[in-house]
Design a protein around this ligand. Structure first.
Ligand SMILES: *Cc1c(COP(=O)(O)O)cnc(C)c1O
Length: 374
């Protein structure tokens, strides 16, 4: 990578080949159909480009949280099946059904609402979501029978087509996830007794798809792994054979030589302890750089690693680069692929007391996404 183009202050480079390669790798590893999860604007990478890259890598279906995200992808030209699973109370599914969006269904009300949107000629495709421990949405075990019976009836009269039955794991412990998986298998048995034999069963997201092989069930929903990040605290992207797709960088906007004892940024939380050089990096908490990483976030400049000096401000932060020959216009990389020497998104997560999912997803709209290949 080189300096940012003239006039460019900050950017998130998105390597779409990394996304496609990550899908290929996970498809081989799991020997399963991949539902590529591109909710929340593809975890900050851009939903459309992430979906295109994931399909190129062999994903067969796209997953998003809500119908608005699904409709935006259809309008942008994604023709693969898209499933959306989190719905506003009382929402009509008419637009979703018109656009051939598959619906995750968490209860009888949503099931009836979906059936009401069926056209005379075409059933609504649904994935029945069952609760197996996470305590979020999903059909409660006590309601399995009544909801499955109604789904089977609606399937017989051509109003719905039950494409899948699914759930989501808590990643609490292997024992907890195995218990949830067992609960899921029971749900599948109850569904079969009601006459439902959906072609897809899916419960694993990236974590379980990698760590709990028996949870793969021939179909896994991959979010964080698409983007080349690790859902494990103790395993890096490289350990998993994944390549981070996003590099967040900015052009050093100012350089200043200062004496010892100089206060830096709001509150003077940092003071220089020697004659030194300060570099101004023009990306701040408005852009998603966590303010909680004040004084601790890592930054790569000119092949060396430094630490944020003092507070992260709305638009910028300062780095104490000592005697390093840093100049205005030099590239400052906050995170990227650690095998290239850059800090990992997970280091920013550690600095801010959060997870790498949060670090990439929170990158704000003021940061241009620049798509690159290879
Ligand atoms: C976000 C989400 C996923 C993807 O999870 P990752 O840990 O990012 O792989 C899968 N399934 C559901 C229901 C989700 O909400």
């Amino acid at each position: 990578m080189s300096r940012l183009p003239p006039g460019s202050m900050r950017e998130a480079r998105i390597d779409v080949d990394a996304i496609a390669d990550n899908v290929r790798h996970l498809r081989r590893l799991t020997d399963s159909e991949i539902i590529a999860v591109v909710k929340a604007d593809g975890y900050g990478h851009g939903a459309f480009r992430s979906a295109v890259a994931a399909l190129r890598g062999g994903a067969t279906r796209i997953g998003v949280a809500d119908v608005a995200e699904a409709l935006a992808l259809r309008r942008a030209g994604i023709r693969a099946p898209i499933v959306a699973w989190l719905h506003a109370p009382g929402a009509s599914f008419d637009a979703a059904v018109m656009a051939d969006i598959e619906l995750g269904i968490s209860g009888i009300d949503q099931l009836l609402q979906a059936a009401a949107s069926a056209s005379a000629s075409r059933p609504v495709s649904v994935h029945l979501k069952i609760e197996t421990g996470l305590s979020r949405n999903g059909i409660a075990p006590a309601d399995y029978r009544i909801v499955f019976a109604e789904a089977a009836r609606l399937e017989r009269i051509g109003k719905v087509r039950v494409v899948g039955i699914f759930s989501h794991l808590a990643n609490a412990s292997e024992a907890d996830d195995r218990a949830a998986l067992a609960a899921f298998e029971e749900g599948v048995v109850v569904a079969a007794a009601a006459g439902l034999h959906p072609p897809l069963r899916h419960i694993a997201a990236t974590h379980a798809a990698i760590a709990l092989p028996e949870s793969r069930l021939g179909c896994v929903r991959i979010g964080i792994g698409l983007y080349g990040l690790s859902p494990f605290a103790d395993r890096t992207s490289a350990d998993l054979g994944l390549r981070p797709a996003m590099t967040l960088r900015a052009a050093v906007a100012a350089v200043r030589r200062v004496p010892a004892g100089k206060g830096v940024s709001y509150g003077y939380d940092y003071r220089t302890d020697r004659d030194t050089t300060l570099a101004l990096v023009p990306v701040g908490y408005a852009d998603g750089v966590p303010r909680q990483a004040s004084g601790s976030g890592p930054v790569w400049i000119g092949g060396q690693r430094f630490t944020v000096a003092g507070r992260v401000a709305m638009d910028q932060f300062v780095v104490d680069v000592g005697e390093a020959p840093v100049a205005v216009g030099d590239e400052a990389v906050l995170f990227g692929d650690p095998t290239l020497g850059f800090p990992a998104a997970s280091e920013w997560a550690d600095a801010a007391g959060t997870i790498d999912y949060d670090i990439v997803t929170r990158i704000g709209p003021r940061v241009p996404r620049v798509q690159v290949s290879g």
